[in-house]
Design a protein around this ligand. Structure first.
Ligand SMILES: [Zn+2]
Length: 406
């Protein structure tokens, strides 16, 4: 989830990266076979907001947005983390209540579609859902403000199935600094460090997307389990404060963590970012149009923000970003952090998607592009999901150890 407007894209030019003697069709068939035999994990989707007004259902194919069961099936999205999100300005008991409403909404969607979806809380449960031909549904809380500075609330969220918490969203919370706010805590407060320890004990992944660099390093020092960035991209390619520097990625990897590349155009493309910055009136106009179409309905705002931004791109007011940019970030992260430390966290239904990656049905293109770049099938599987599953397994092991069981 982000709260600005943007857009991007993945254009796979067949042939450009082919080894001698290999045809595009060969790769296409191979990509298809590989993609559909692999567990594909997406660690950040904002579709939850759409559940809240009662008008959206995951069951039928939907002409708007990026996620529904038919399109997840088409793209072989095997495990999806539904984000529990609200702006940082919502705090206190109101934030807790609203998070509970969203957790219930996700669980209800899973119950309603139990032939297609299975609630999962562990790597093993994701694999089991796959065996049963179901899509694993998981939950992540995007912003520490939702626990209202209360470890009891954190424990309750965990008991309801939440398996990661992003330490902040775009504003600071009471105990951690965000990358897009003025630092007031110098990273994590003492209580913030207690939150990280309790997350370790509970087996809730510590998500460092959105946090300030200092918060990241504090969490890295305190956490007994690997950290993960549920939806972040590379700052070396696109200078957004919530993207990770090369050094941060190396340090994350050294402790076993994983960065999940975000598809949002404003985090992928410097050109797009610069264009937005150069013309702030555009964003204001997009925001005004969003309000006109949606009022206060957050789910509608996110979907329409993406659509209106795309209209601006079509009119030549903003640059067109192709989905090849996702691959560029994956490759950079692999080069810097290593093949065992990169995965995918789309930000579908909460951000502006690049051309070629409009929805979950387009995911096989990532597999195809990586094969074209010369990645081995084993390495592609790691990026698509196995790296995330490994981190989850390690987080679960640390939790068992802290609880005194094997
Ligand atoms: Zn976000």
């Amino acid at each position: 989830m982000l709260r600005t407007t943007l857009r991007a894209g993945l254009c796979i030019s067949a042939g450009a990266f082919l080894a001698a003697g290999v045809t595009a069709d060969d790769i296409s068939a191979r990509a298809k076979k590989l993609h559909f035999s692999t567990i594909v994990v997406d660690t950040h989707d904002d579709t939850t907001q759409r559940f809240l007004d009662g008008k959206f259902d995951l069951g039928p194919r939907n002409p708007r947005g990026s996620i529904d069961i038919p399109r997840m099936r088409e793209g072989n999205l095997s495990a999806i983390f539904f984000s529990i999100w609200m702006p940082s300005k919502v705090t206190g008991a109101e934030a807790v209540d609203h998070a509970l409403v969203q957790i219930d909404a996700v669980r209800e969607q899973v119950r309603k579609h139990s032939n297609d979806l299975a609630l999962a809380t562990t790597a093993a449960e994701i694999r089991e859902a796959r065996k049963q031909g179901k899509i694993a549904a998981l939950m992540g809380v995007e912003g520490g403000h939702m626990i209202n500075s209360d470890l009891g609330v954190l424990r309750s969220f965990a008991a309801l199935g939440v398996r990661y918490m992003t330490l902040t969203h775009s504003g600071n919370d009471e105990w951690a600094d965000s990358s897009t706010d003025k630092a007031v805590h110098n990273g994590l407060t003492d209580f913030g460090k207690d939150v990280v320890r309790e997350m370790n004990r509970l087996g809730v992944m510590v998500d460092i997307s959105h946090v300030s660099d200092k918060t990241f390093y504090d969490a890295l020092e305190v956490s007994k389990a690997p950290l993960f960035a549920s939806h972040s991209s590379c700052r070396a390619i696109c200078d957004a404060p919530r993207n990770m520097t090369d050094q941060m990625m190396k340090d994350l990897a050294a402790k076993g963590g994983v960065i999940q590349i975000n598809y949002h155009v404003g985090f992928l493309s410097q050109e797009f970012r610069d264009a937005e910055k150069a013309n702030p009136e555009l964003n204001k106009a997009i925001a005004a149009e969003v309000m006109k179409r949606c009022g206060e309905n957050e789910g509608c705002q996110l979907i329409e923000g993406d659509r209106i931004t795309r209209e601006y791109v079509e009119q030549g007011k903003l640059p067109r970003v192709e989905s090849a940019k996702i691959i560029e970030h994956v490759e950079h992260a692999v080069k810097v952090a290593g093949i065992d430390h990169v995965g995918l966290g789309s930000d579908f239904d909460g951000a502006n998607m690049p051309y070629g990656m409009e929805d979950a049905s387009k995911l096989p293109r990532i597999t195809e592009a990586l094969l074209q770049k010369g990645y081995s099938e084993g390495d592609v599987k790691k990026v698509l999901g196995e790296n995330t599953l490994r981190v989850m397994t390690e987080v679960e092991r640390v939790s068992r150890e802290m609880n005194g069981s094997k």
